[in-house]
Design a binder for this molecule. Structure first.
Ligand SMILES: Nc1nc2c(ncn2[C@@H]2O[C@H](COP(=O)(O)OP(=O)(O)OP(=O)(O)O)[C@@H](O)[C@H]2O)c(=O)[nH]1
Ligand SMILES: [Mg+2]
Length: 365
């Protein structure tokens, strides 16, 4: 039977011996362990605003090797006393709404004119499939990427949404210790990822387009309810009038929403990321939010709640990781999956069996 393997372009020509791998040294290179230092080395580098060392530390956070994870935890703990001092902003909206262009325009203004230090992170489950679409964005955010006061980090290229979100949460801590006082977290607003982003930022910004219709934009009411600000992007050229009308419609619609727990807004604004208009107003509104929620205590309360959420998520991820790292449990799990398919055991019962034998193994360890 022909499999996708033996019809590969390297194998089709009969009589021609195909090389085993395109680059025979690639496997070797993978096996070589990258150099690792102790946690203090990374901490000192991060505190000195060394972007290369910050990147290496984030790579450790993203690593699946247990030894790397232990080191990463040490680095996070060491960075924690220096973290927490940024304004964390989540930015979402459907693909093509202009998130990256907006981040480039607003970000450049803030680093250049306001001497802000900005880190841009991404939670993008779709990029997990395409190996980091924000990497392509680095060229779209060229001015920002080349600025000394900006740091752009692509989304982790593999893992579950929960895992990626946890890594982003930890990366924020490192970025803050590295002196970034503004953190932008970009995500595509089409599914669950915006809920994850919302759970780790102070301010949540939803980018919209005029005249596309809410259904077309795939934006659910729940996401609009999470937003602290709604921005109608691409308010330029022929689109400007449409954008103004859309803004009025959204202002009216938002009046019907229940008051958010912050008691603030949500605000609505127009902007053109290409022409860099409306950005100052947006930045001023963000600062109004910060002042308002710090004065009424919501800012601090939300951060505390987020810490408690992080505990649950972190515990879940750690348990899952320990489970997956145990080959005996893997084998047991695979055997039970087979039994579920053959309807010999229910999935609930199988989960219980797995849990019990995992507890037994942990006791013996
Ligand atoms: N006219 C106009 N075009 C814009 C504006 N902002 C972005 N665009 C264009 O819209 C397209 C998509 O912009 P991106 O910034 O890549 O959008 P995105 O939301 O990051 O897209 P994904 O990363 O794929 O989710 C690009 O061709 C931009 O040039 C704007 O304010 N006005
Ligand atoms: Mg983008």
């Amino acid at each position: 039977m022909k499999t996708s393997k033996n019809i590969s372009a390297l194998k089709v020509q009969q009589g021609v011996e195909a090389p085993e791998t395109i680059n025979p040294r690639a496997k070797e290179r993978k096996k070589q362990k990258a150099t690792r230092f102790n946690a203090d080395y990374y901490l000192q580098g991060i505190l000195k605003h060394d972007r290369a060392i910050l990147s290496q530390a984030i790579t450790l956070i993203e690593s699946t090797l247990t030894s790397d994870q232990i080191l990463a935890q040490e680095i996070i703990e060491a960075c924690l006393p220096y973290a927490g001092n940024s304004f964390r902003i989540g930015i979402t909206g459907v693909p093509g709404v202009g998130k990256s262009t907006f981040i480039e325009a607003l970000g450049y203004l803030l680093v250049e004119k306001y001497a802000k230090r900005l880190a841009v992170l991404a939670i993008d489950p779709s990029s997990a499939r395409s190996k980091g679409s924000i990497l392509g964005d680095k060229t779209r955010m060229e001015k920002l990427a080349n600025h000394a006061n900006a740091y752009i980090r692509p989304s982790p290229s593999s893992g579950s949404l929960g895992g990626i979100a946890q890594k982003t949460r930890e990366s924020i801590i490192l970025c803050e210790a590295a002196g970034y006082d503004l953190i932008f977290v970009e995500t595509v607003g089409v599914g669950q990822s915006e809920t994850a982003v919302h759970s780790m930022v102070d301010f949540f910004l939803l980018l919209m387009l005029a005249g596309a219709g809410d259904e077309l934009q795939g934006i659910k009411r729940g996401i609009m309810e999470m937003a602290d600000m709604l921005i109608i992007n691409k308010a330029d050229g022929d689109n400007y009038q449409k954008a103004r009308i859309a803004k009025t419609e959204y202002v009216n619609a938002l009046h019907l929403f229940p008051k958010p727990p912050s008691n603030w807004g949500p605000e609505t604004a127009l902007c053109s990321s290409i022409e860099s208009t409306g950005l100052m107003e947006i930045w001023n509104l963000m600062n109004d939010y910060l002042d308002f929620t710090k004065a009424n205590g919501f800012f601090y309360q939300k951060r505390k709640e987020q810490d408690l959420q992080a505990l649950n998520i972190s515990l879940e991820n750690k348990l899952h990781h320990r489970f997956l790292a145990d080959t005996a449990m893997q084998e047991k799990s695979n055997a039970l999956k087979e039994q579920i398919i053959q309807q010999k055991i229910s999935p609930y019962q199988a989960a219980e069996v797995l849990l019990q034998s995992f507890i037994e193994r942990l006791k013996k360890a």
